[in-house]
Write a protein that binds this ligand. Sequence first.
Ligand code: HEC
Ligand code: HEC
Length: 298
Amino acid sequence: MSDRRGRRLAERCHVKRLSWAIALAAAAGPGMVVLAADGPVDDQLVIDGREMITRTMAPAGHPLPEVLSGWLFREAETRATEADSFANPGMLAVERGEELWNTVDGSAGKSCTSCHGNAADSMKTVGANYPKWDAAAAKPVNVELQINKCRVAQMGAEAYGFDAPDQLALTAYVKHQALGTPMHLDLAAGDMQSWWDKGKAVYYTRMGQLNLACASCHEASTGKYIRADHLSQGQVNGFPTYRFNTGGMVSLHNRFRGCIRDTRAEMPKAFSDELLALEVYVTWRGTGLSVETPAVRQ
Ligand code: HEC
Ligand code: HEC
């Protein structure tokens, strides 16, 4: 075993369950979530020779002055792993996604390539501009749902189930094509604005037995620690991400559900209107950050 792997394993074993830390915090009373504070690092993320925007001025109407990538809050080794495509285990999912992109599936005898050709061209900005308004469905569509739409309507194939390994891999592959591109949503399209409003309401709603909102941790407590977890702004620009913790890829809605579970609230379903609205709103909160898919997290 290499030194690096060994250290990584050790690091993983030391990460205590978040819920336990929160239970402690709750016992201490509201507002006592935090144990210490530490700012984001002052470091530059370069992936494959490309400079990523990990820190930028927030868009108008944003509650914070600056938008910060979660990368700035991770340990040095986690940051280094993301910066090195060869070391980043998430790139295995991206490679699997490329295989799927080129694989014929379904009754129409087509692959993604049949219609979209080279993903480096056709999918260049998708990862930075989704969720996007879907006029036919009269709601926003995210990348996972768009892939399923094409599989069913265009290929005569089955939709992927939530978090199926192939869904994670193809989503990572499609979003990875936008690596480095600043995130930007078109909120003027269709009813996007009302979904943004709905997502914002969810973001500030205190939930669960612990009575915490997304904002309690990711806005009010950014930079502080819950046990071994250094709280970031909870940005979405690296999803699906590779996590050392689980040794696998984690989708965005899985992460949302995990954060909600940790407040001891009932978890909305993946791709439910509630989580789609949250995805619209939280993606907007990261406006201007580079897509980092697949990011590496602890
Ligand atoms: C038979 C042709 C066809 C096939 C095969 C196909 N698509 Fe599509 N795809 C389309 C069309 C047409 C659109 C635009 C209309 C829509 O949104 O459905 C589209 C749109 C998309 C978009 C949104 C692009 C954008 O700029 O917003 C993505 C992402 C996408 N497809 C991914 C895939 C993936 C991944 C596969 C393989 C699993 C695939 N498609 C297979 C025809 C196809
Ligand atoms: C009790 C505190 C807490 C609450 C409440 C909470 N989270 Fe988190 N969240 C965390 C911790 C801890 C992490 C892992 C460290 C980090 O990136 O902040 C995390 C990570 C994330 C990430 C991944 C960030 C990255 O860079 O990979 C996203 C996205 C996220 N949270 C969104 C949300 C949303 C949306 C809500 C509300 C539904 C929410 N969180 C509620 C504690 C919380």
